[in-house]
Design a protein around this ligand. Structure first.
Ligand SMILES: C[S@@+](CC[C@H](N)C(=O)[O-])C[C@H]1O[C@@H](n2cnc3c(N)ncnc32)[C@H](O)[C@@H]1O
Length: 330
């Protein structure tokens, strides 16, 4: 457990160098791989042997390396079947440097993005498009998977205009629209993020059903939806900031409109849970927090939404819950 970070960085570095793709056509020598990747041959040889020790590659005779089925998961490709984006996103500076300051986060109770990156995480990503792209594809793969589970358990066909607030590249929204043929979608995120979504939407054949809107959800969100979706958004922020987002959604929609908050729930009783690990990540990287159902119910009530029901959506990597609320008059 203590040296687990060695393994994370070996996976991330192998992914960044594209070693799995280079070995897809058969074994190569260290010297060949060093030349193609522009790496130091001694350093790359050490990486390959360490990576072989954890099963990503196999060392053959005469300084050659081959790919294993485990290592094949680091080949480039759609993140629904490839772990390359995730390996890069979670071991690059935007995630890695703040997490290295976990001690400071725990002692101070403060996020470490400013101390580690010189700015907040989203501004950092705005300045680092390549890292932003890997992170967006990682989130997209979780959301595409989540959307398949959501539409199995949550009737989406009732809605006509679905606004995905902080919807990144639209992986969730397009999954929802596929199950609601008469609905149209609005994909709302930071301007540089929605710009990057154009191609992904076209690839999924949904460009003509989705309006792209760039903006800042602390300022305003698009009006007139009958369903607003917030997936993995509120957990990025403390209660004050999360309330501002919810209040802006409240201002944008009519009484009776529905809100679907899709998040992981902290257990209400003492129990080991993956969500406790996610909660620590939210503290150190963003100053956000995971919440229990009671916490979400309170936040929603304070911002003019009545909790209607909670729908657990099993069937994906993480145990998502849809928390459905109705916009009230205030
Ligand atoms: C953790 S990601 C979740 C993305 C998506 N909902 C999902 O679950 O895959 C948070 C998203 O919030 C967006 N975001 C951050 N700050 C924002 C702001 N001020 N206004 C609009 N979107 C913002 C980010 O660009 C990012 O796409």
């Amino acid at each position: 457990m203590i040296s687990g970070y060695w393994v994370s960085q070996i996976c991330g570095t192998a992914a960044r160098l594209g070693l799995a793709d280079l070995l897809l056509d058969g074994p190569h020598t260290v010297a060949e791989l060093a030349r193609v990747t522009g790496s130091d041959a001694d350093g790359l040889g050490r990486l390959l042997r360490a990576a072989a020790t954890i099963g990503l590659f196999a060392e053959l005779e005469s300084d050659q390396f081959d790919l294993t089925p485990l290592g094949e998961q680091l080949c480039d490709g759609d993140p629904s079947g490839s772990l390359r984006d995730r390996a890069i996103a979670l071991t690059s500076a935007g995630h890695w440097l703040p997490y290295g300051r976990l001690f400071d986060a725990v002692v101070s109770g403060q996020a470490q993005d400013h101390a580690a990156l010189g700015t907040n995480a989203w501004a950092y990503y705005a300045e680092h498009p390549q890292e932003r792209w890997h992170f967006a594809r990682t989130m997209g793969s979780f959301s595409a998977e989540a959307s398949r589970a959501v539409v199995r358990h949550y009737d989406i066909t009732r809605f006509r205009r679905i606004v995905d607030v902080g919807g990144s590249q639209g992986a969730l929204l397009t999954g929802l629209l596929a199950a609601a043929p008469s609905a149209r979608g609005v994909l709302f995120d930071l301007p540089e993020v929605v710009e990057g979504a154009r191609e992904a939407l076209a690839d999924r054949g949904q460009a003509d059903r989705v309006e792209l809107v760039g903006g800042d959800f602390f300022h305003e969100v698009p009006a007139g939806g009958d369903l607003y979706v917030l997936k993995s958004i509120l957990h990025d922020w403390d209660d004050e900031r999360a309330s501002q987002i919810l209040s802006n959604v409240h201002r944008a929609c009519d009484p009776g409109a529905r809100l679907a908050v899709i998040e992981l729930l902290l257990p209400s009783q003492p129990a080991p849970s993956f969500v406790h690990l996610a909660n620590l990540l939210m503290l150190v990287e963003l100053g956000g927090r995971e919440r229990s159902l009671e916490d979400y119910t309170r936040l929603l009530a304070q911002t003019g939404f009545l909790l209607d029901r909670t729908i657990p959506v099993p069937g994906s990597t993480y145990p998502w819950t849809v928390i459905e609320a109705i916009r009230q008059e205030v």
